[in-house]
Ligand binder design. Sequence first.
Ligand code: SF4
Ligand code: SF4
Length: 101
Amino acid sequence: MSTYITDDCINCGACEPECPNAAITEGEEIYVIDANLCAECVGDNEAEACQAVCPVECCLPNPDNPEEESALIAKAMKLRPDDADLAARIASGNFPSRFRT
Ligand code: SF4
Ligand code: SF4
């Protein structure tokens, strides 16, 4: 379903500006990811951008809600229907994805 942030978060804020879908916000105790806005960076990056910058590597795929690459790329396009660059990457069939690295 999405990446989630574990209790190991130290509230550094590094991940928030990296998300292509603005899915990350500062929560009550730790930063949180809105599952409806997270496409696991499929279509944008070869790995999760949040996890790539996280100093404690606590942005992980939620094991309780696995989602296939096909569902995630559809989610990304639905979230950003006017993103021509994303659409072009999808049309090429060669979009970046954590499932392909
Ligand atoms: Fe945003 Fe990508 Fe992290 Fe999901 S995995 S919250 S889309 S940066
Ligand atoms: Fe928390 Fe990691 Fe995001 Fe920093 S980068 S706010 S430690 S999840």
